[in-house]
Design a protein around this ligand. Structure first.
Ligand code: NAD
Length: 258
């Protein structure tokens, strides 16, 4: 196969959770630019619909769905609706996630649980429900959005639940890759560094001094742009990465090198 054709996603059906905005919206746009039809399950339906409408201007089919990735019934209903509409699922990007900056000694069980439920259990629930369809459909590609926080402890903000959840996502990625290789389901992860999205903008607005701690230790001396994840998302979703599974790809401007 010609190398450029191996990146083509025409006739592929892709679900990108939490793609109403931020990194998910950018990656969903990248997959659509490569030809995939896009489903956006997000807890915020209004914004998901706006993002889906914008992506459909690229000439692909899109579907926005209200879905809380922590609710098994929501996830099952979401997968059922995608199958009803498109017949199969080829690509899943588990992107929905949140971060709470709370000192460990003060964190309530509720706050801890919410982060673990969305960031880790949500990835498991969506992967499990989608994998059942992929098994019937001779395989697919699952891409989990981990973080460099799976590997390093961010400084100076305290975020133990986030870091633990993302370490869980990276190890879940490897475990599912090993279990599901026999079904031709590849499972990889992207581990972004500091990216300019509403999630990080909200943190920086409250704590502008943090920018210096985030950028100075980054060899490339800047934050990433959401669209800088498009290429890696298309690569992992497509035949271009056909022999890659269980891999965690750091896209962090070099932050984890030091
Ligand atoms: N921004 C960064 O610097 C950065 C770095 C590394 C990893 N990440 C990860 O990338 C992913 C996206 O981050 P972002 O910066 O675009 O965040 P964001 O807050 O801009 O977007 C997150 C999206 O997830 C949705 N969401 C939240 N809870 C949900 C739930 N329970 N069910 C369904 N949808 C839900 C939100 O409505 C939103 O649309 C997250 O997993 C995050 O941890 C972000």
């Amino acid at each position: 196969m010609n190398v450029l054709s191996s990146f083509n996603l025409e006739n592929k059906i892709a679900i990108v959770t939490g793609a109403a905005r931020g990194l998910g919206e950018a990656m969903a746009t990248g997959l659509a630019e490569a030809g995939a039809d896009i489903v956006i399950p997000d807890i915020n339906y209004k914004e998901a619909k706006k993002a889906a409408d914008k992506i459909s201007e690229l000439g692909v089919d899109t579907l926005a769905l209200k879905c809380d990735v922590t609710e098994k019934s929501d996830v099952q209903e979401m997968v059922k609706k995608v199958i009803d509409e498109f017949d199969r699922i080829d690509i899943l990007i588990n992107n929905a996630g949140i971060c709470k900056n709370i000192a460990a000694e003060e964190m309530s069980l509720k706050d801890w649980q919410e982060v673990i439920d969305i960031n880790l259990t949500g990835v498991f629930l969506c992967s499990q429900a989608v994998a059942k369809e992929m098994i019937d459909n001779n395989g697919g590609s699952i891409i989990n959005i981990s973080s460099m926080s799976a590997e390093i402890v961010n400084y100076p903000q305290p975020q133990c639940s986030y870091n633990a959840s993302k370490a869980g996502v990276s190890q879940l990625t490897k475990s599912l890759a090993a279990e599901w290789a026999k079904y031709d389901i590849r499972v990889n992860a992207i581990a972004p560094g500091y990216m300019k999205t509403e999630l990080t903008a909200e943190i920086l607005e409250k704590n502008p001094e943090r920018k210096e701690y985030w950028i100075e230790p980054t060899p490339m001396k800047r934050m990433g742009k959401p669209e800088e994840l498009k290429g890696v998302a298309v690569y992992l979703a497509s035949e271009a990465s056909s022999f890659m599974t269980g891999n965690i790809m750091n896209i962090d401007g070099g932050y984890t090198l030091y």
